[in-house]
Design a protein around this ligand. Structure first.
Ligand SMILES: [Zn+2]
Length: 386
């Protein structure tokens, strides 16, 4: 079983510059490979394998046409070329869309490191060929401080190390293999979890977890976000040239950075909160855990709900529950999409034909049972397995 770890890097100025160079070169290699595939396809040749592409890339590198290619570790470029070939194979198997060119504007900044060369300590990571000089005091440039100490296990085998930039910070991610967990012992009874907008999660045991997006901190940040967004569009309007094209000024760039920071802050708050809840739920060792098969797309088509649903991150919640349960050897069951978890009365089993979203309290027309709608849904989900 693979577990992946992601930790932020704290690069100094020189290191930061090199990271951008690496990512830029990896992007160049990927796009070069993609163009080669497209060219081959257009003249009716067959798909070029990753192996052949890397050979061609070596020829390009040694041709001296792009001298800067040599200042970057060859692993970073080779893997980018192989990634492109892999993306094509996935596309042929209809597992993904046609690969497209990576772009700086869209924020495609990432590169690979050789798994056997990367060194990780509790506080630092050593990347390959960041230093351009072999001198000992320069070699220190290869060592990057990690923002979180001791999070990545040390002295084990690492898989697929990647360095990525999210628009603000650089991150290291690696995967590590762990033994399959044994089925959990001493676990509790089944637990149904209903996900919603009013509360993020309502559990069949009566615990509820509120919607973080309704807290003061998040509301204040969202307000700030809107204010900056408005000021940016005003600035664009003001600086519009006579020809009608929009110009970026220093002030706009500054504001856009501010905007990005708030976006990240919000995403962090939400993600943190989801992790807290999913860990708390898994910590109680319920077995199995029953979730509903979310029709997120259906919910998103309701324009009054779309934003709120998106902010809750149901898929991410489910992903966390699923992988954390796997670690603990707990089972997760996804109830059928048409299982009427909200519409069934838990007291008499009567199924209400029409249940409006605004009916937060369920009144049973058959037996007179009155219960919170979400709690009832959670209890019904729990009953799905028994
Ligand atoms: Zn009833």
């Amino acid at each position: 079983m693979m577990k992946s770890f992601k930790v932020m890097l704290v690069p100094n100025k020189h290191q930061r510059t090199r990271l951008f160079q690496f990512a830029g070169t990896a992007r160049f290699a990927y796009n070069w490979a993609l163009q080669k595939e497209i060219d081959a396809y257009e003249v009716g040749e067959k798909f070029i394998s990753g192996y052949d592409l890397t050979k061609k890339f070596t020829v390009l590198k040694n041709s001296g046409e792009y001298p800067w290619l040599k200042s970057i570790s060859s692993q970073a470029t080779f893997q980018a070329v192989r990634d492109c070939a892999d993306a094509y194979i996935k596309f042929f198997k209809k597992q993904s869309l046609r690969p497209r060119f990576k772009s700086k504007r869209r924020g495609d900044f990432s590169f690979y490191q050789a798994a056997d060369k990367i060194k990780i300590t509790t506080t630092h990571v050593k990347l390959e060929a960041i230093a351009t000089s072999k001198r000992k005091n320069r070699q220190r440039l290869n060592w990057f401080r990690l923002a979180e100490h001791g999070r990545i296990p040390v002295g084990v085998k690492y898989f697929n190390p990647r360095i990525t930039f999210d628009g603000l910070n650089w991150w290291l991610s690696v995967a590590i293999e762990f033994a399959e967990p044994k089925p959990a012992e001493n676990c509790g009874e089944a637990l149904g979890i209903d996900l919603g907008v009013k509360n993020l999660a309502t559990c069949s045991d009566g615990t509820t977890y509120s919607n973080i997006n309704r807290t003061k901190t998040v509301r204040r940040l969202k307000k700030k976000l809107r204010r900056i967004q408005r000021s940016i569009s005003r600035k664009y309007e003001m600086n519009k040239s006579k020809g009608g094209s929009y110009q970026k000024t220093r002030n706009i760039i500054k504001s856009e950075r501010k905007l990005l920071r708030i976006h990240h802050r919000l995403a962090d708050i939400r993600q943190n909160y989801r992790h807290q809840i999913t860990s708390a739920i898994i910590g109680r060792k319920p077995n199995p855990i029953v979730l509903e098969d979310l029709n997120v797309r259906g919910m998103m088509s309701n324009r009054h709900l779309a934003k709120a649903v998106q902010e809750q991150g149901f898929y991410e919640f489910r992903r966390q529950i699923e992988y954390k349960a796997t670690w603990k050897g707990l089972r997760v069951v996804i109830a059928d999409r048409f299982y009427p978890s909200s519409k069934t009365c838990i007291a008499c089993g009567h199924v209400k034909k029409n249940l409006h979203l605004s009916e937060r309290i369920y009144h049973c027309e058959n037996c007179g049972n009155v219960i919170d709608r979400d709690l009832q849904a959670a209890i019904n989900l729990k009953r799905y397995v028994s």
